[in-house]
Design a protein around this ligand. Structure first.
Ligand SMILES: Cc1cc2nc3c(=O)[nH]c(=O)nc-3n(C[C@H](O)[C@H](O)[C@H](O)COP(=O)(O)OP(=O)(O)OC[C@H]3O[C@@H](n4cnc5c(N)ncnc54)[C@H](O)[C@@H]3O)c2cc1C
Length: 482
């Protein structure tokens, strides 16, 4: 290596940590400035207790699609392979509940009423039964995972666009279940990729999301997703300084000035190279100088979706007695999705129910409530499906996190729904583009937004960019002072 660079990384989320780890592997020197008091950012395992056997819930990332190769590669490198287990998701457990016009029905009995709902909304007849089943299950999944402002458009896209595209295709090989009333959407889109690629940008993103979120090939990290960030942090030699909030950035020709809040005053640090992983939802509130107009525009315009999770620590996993073996129910209302994570650790310490997982404007509704009202609303709505929750002593503790309102995120993740492939790539490239010696990473700079995979992909890309033009300012002659 020609010269050792000194790089200041802002943010100790997975993007910042992966970049720090990789830069050190290449022989460079790093320090990380993290505004909050913890590392991990949107990887956030909340533990109901301080010891290893305490029950926990993932308030941020919780599953890994098996094709997310970068994420799995770090899990492998960090020796966490043996902790990978199957993640059971929405629509995977036939005993889970699904909210329909007829009330709550078990998923295994839901087809008939969902088909009736779908047919009632369709204009005109003339569809084969299997086309109806295809449209029915796509709509049901869309309804369960899409935020409110997209739900109607999804039905329109499916009924007006997709049903036409599947005309003439033999759909019978994809029918599933004893009564052949379920539909294997993953198998279908794998067998007919052109259906996806010939559909509109909005529909394409939607199909991508439903395939990821309801995939049978999702994984989890037993013991908590925070093991990934902790293992990375343990391998980083440079300092990770929590409680160092960056409040301003000035790009100059040969360095970057970083304003850091230290108690009640601001300290300016001159840095040779800076890698900024702060979400743009927060970066646009900072004092930014010397940025190009194009960069400021993308920082301002990138769109974020909210996400809110509410979890109950229950005295026991009562859902198991009800025949539910994991996965998730779709409950609708303000709560949307309810997950049943496996019980890990000491069962006497209780079992966690991820009572509500909402996204987009649904997450803003519930996230905008003060926590005590939010918890009461979720308890009320979920107890209509699970009255066991109202038994005295059943709910021992509750925790929630509204990422749209969270000080260190101000959004759950970047959404590019509604944009076509070219517009998505244009936004990604601009978001990731460096400003002189200020580089950028984070899920918002990737093609896989709102996933750990995207954050990691962007970090690897940024490391390549930073180290591309070596040799540059060697540490020996660089001035570096606070
Ligand atoms: C509810 C939810 C569920 C998710 N589920 C999944 C999932 O199942 N699977 C998956 O792969 N992904 C999931 N994701 C997405 C995944 O968690 C993120 O894409 C990824 O963790 C983002 O990493 P990052 O490093 O880009 O950003 P972040 O993790 O947000 O890191 C940015 C860091 O910068 C810090 N920071 C912010 N402002 C400042 C400042 N001014 N000064 C200094 N530091 C600052 C923050 O505190 C934070 O630590 C989920 C996200 C959410 C919110």
């Amino acid at each position: 290596m020609a010269s050792q660079l000194r790089i200041t990384i802002i943010g100790a989320g997975v993007a910042g940590l992966v970049a720090a780890y990789e830069l050190e592997q290449l022989g460079h020197q790093v320090e990380i400035l993290e505004g909050s008091s913890r590392i991990g950012g949107r990887i956030y395992t909340h533990r109901f207790g301080s010891d290893a056997s305490a029950p926990f819930v993932e308030l941020g990332a919780m599953r890994i699609p098996s094709h997310h190769r970068n994420t799995l590669s770090y899990i492998h490198q960090l020796g966490l392979d043996h902790k990978l287990e199957t993640f059971k998701t929405l629509f995977s457990d036939a005993a889970a509940y699904h909210f329909t016009d007829a009330g709550f029905v078990r998923l295994r009995h839901a087809a008939q009423v969902l088909v009736e709902e779908f047919r009632a909304r369709l204009a005109g007849d003339g569809y084969r039964d299997e086309e109806i089943l295809f449209g029915t299950w796509l709509t049901a999944i869309g309804n369960a995972i899409a935020p409110a402002n997209f739900r109607d458009s999804i039905f329109e896209d499916i009924s007006l666009e997709l049903l036409k595209l599947v005309k003439g295709i033999d759909l019978t090989p994809f029918l599933r279940g004893d009564h052949k009333d379920r539909f294997d959407l993953h198998g279908f889109f794998a067998a007919y990729p052109h259906i996806r690629s010939s559909s509109s940008g909005r529909l394409n993103r939607f199909i991508d999301d439903i395939l990821n979120e309801t995939s049978p090939d999702l994984l989890r990290l037993a013991g908590g997703m925070d093991q990934l960030v902790r293992a990375l942090a343990e391998r980083i030699r440079g300092p990770i300084r929590c409680g160092h909030e960056v409040v301003g950035l000035a790009v100059r020709d040969h360095d970057v000035l970083v304003d850091i809040r230290q108690g009640d005053h601001i300290v300016t640090k001159r840095c040779d190279y800076v890698l900024c992983t702060i979400p743009f939802s927060l970066l646009r509130r900072l004092r930014l100088c010397g940025f190009s107009e194009e960069k400021l525009a993308v920082i301002r315009n990138v769109q974020y979706w909210s996400a809110t999770k509410v979890a109950f620590l229950c005295a026991e996993p009562f859902w198991v007695r009800d025949g539910i073996d994991g996965g998730a129910s779709f409950i609708g209302g303000r709560v949307r999705q309810t997950y049943y994570p496996p019980v890990e650790g000491d069962p006497d310490r209780g079992a966690v129910l991820l009572a509500s997982y909402t996204m987009g404007d649904d997450a803003d509704v519930i996230g905008g409530m003060d926590p005590s009202r939010r918890h009461a609303v979720v308890l009320h709505e979920v107890s209509r499906m699970h009255p066991e929750l109202l038994a005295p002593g059943m709910v021992r503790d509750v925790v929630s996190l509204a990422w749209g309102q969270h000080r260190w995120s101000c959004g759950g993740g970047v959404t590019r729904w509604g944009k076509d492939a070219a517009a998505c790539e244009e936004e990604r490239a601009l978001a990731a583009r460096p400003e002189k010696r200020l580089f950028f990473a984070g899920e918002h700079c990737s093609s896989t937004t709102a996933w750990m995979e995207g954050a990691i992909e962007s970090a690897i890309h940024a490391v390549r960019e930073i180290t591309r033009d070596e040799p540059r300012t060697p540490v020996a002659v660089a001035r570096h002072h606070m």
